[in-house]
Design a protein around this ligand. Structure first.
Ligand SMILES: C[S@@+](CC[C@H](N)C(=O)[O-])C[C@H]1O[C@@H](n2cnc3c(N)ncnc32)[C@H](O)[C@@H]1O
Length: 256
């Protein structure tokens, strides 16, 4: 059964295990005839869900989420906040994180020091139209707008799946009057990478192998593929830049 679970996205596995924990906790409390405390029930659910998740091989942070989910739910309901508050928070999180449960690539941002390090990796523009740069999963557009100011001889394109970050980036580009920069709402998997001289990605370990295969089949020779933090297993990079920021970011560089 565990091997079957491994084929599903972790969020679905977590939901199934949480459901199994609720069923088992209900049965257990029925057997010992305790129906007095919702919090006790929630703690039992949390302990069971975390145990199941451990044996299912979910990552460490999922164990914490599984442990705290039901008790936090009971405590929050006890505070008696208006339901619209939860709906509002849910909608904001949905607009920011969108399909993260499927892509397993959440929003977190490159540091200013990474932006500066990228400046030095951009090519010297050979034609009047300059070079082209794409940020795959461009988040709030910080990489794009910084480079658009620092190296105005390039054209910068971002593709981002989540609606609120796209809107934020669009606003940032408009307010900063960056004419050489734009962001589009869509999936990075639909981008034709042959159009770019530099492809930048700061994603997660999950899509790296698939992204590498896409880059290999689409990018032109002589162009550059840069991945921040996450490398591609079994694919030796040609250059590496260590950034002295809070996360000790690493830029892995391949000359295609
Ligand atoms: C780690 S953030 C990086 C943000 C930005 N590039 C930076 O360096 O600050 C990754 C972003 O990729 C987006 N993303 C994940 N999968 C995507 C996909 N298939 N297509 C487009 N964007 C995606 C996420 O919504 C998230 O905003």
């Amino acid at each position: 059964m565990w091997s079957l679970l491994k084929k599903l996205p972790p969020s679905i596995v977590a939901l199934l295990l949480q459901t199994a924990a609720v069923v088992l906790a209900l049965l257990t409390l029925n057997v010992i005839e305790r129906h007095d405390s919702a919090f006790l029930f929630a703690v039992l659910c949390g302990l069971l869900a975390a145990t199941f998740s451990f044996f299912a091989g979910l990552a460490k942070w999922w164990l914490v989420i599984q442990l705290l989910f039901a008790p936090a739910l009971v405590l929050m309901l006890a505070v008696n906040l208006p339901p619209t508050l939860f709906l509002g928070a849910f909608l904001i999180l949905l607009l920011v994180y969108w399909s993260t449960f499927r892509t397993q690539v959440p929003l977190y941002l490159s540091s200013n020091k990474v932006w500066h390090a990228l400046e030095h990796l951009l090519p010297v523009a050979k034609t009047d139209s300059g070079f082209t740069f794409i940020d795959l999963g461009s988040g709030l557009g910080g990489v794009l707008t910084h480079l658009a100011s620092a190296r105005p001889d390039g054209r910068y394109i971002g593709v981002e799946a989540a609606p609120l970050p796209v809107f934020w980036s669009w606003l940032r580009i408009k307010l900063g009057s960056h004419r050489n920069c734009r962001v589009k709402w869509g999936s990075l998997w639909d981008c034709d990478l042959s159009q770019y001289d530099v492809v930048f990605a700061y994603l997660s370990p999950v899509p790296m192998e698939k992204l590498w295969n896409k880059a290999r089949s689409e990018m032109r020779s002589g162009t550059i593929f840069i991945s921040s933090t996450f490398t591609v297993l079994d694919q030796a990079h040609h250059e590496i830049v260590q950034v002295n920021d809070l996360h000790h970011s690493t830029l892995f560089i391949w000359h295609m």
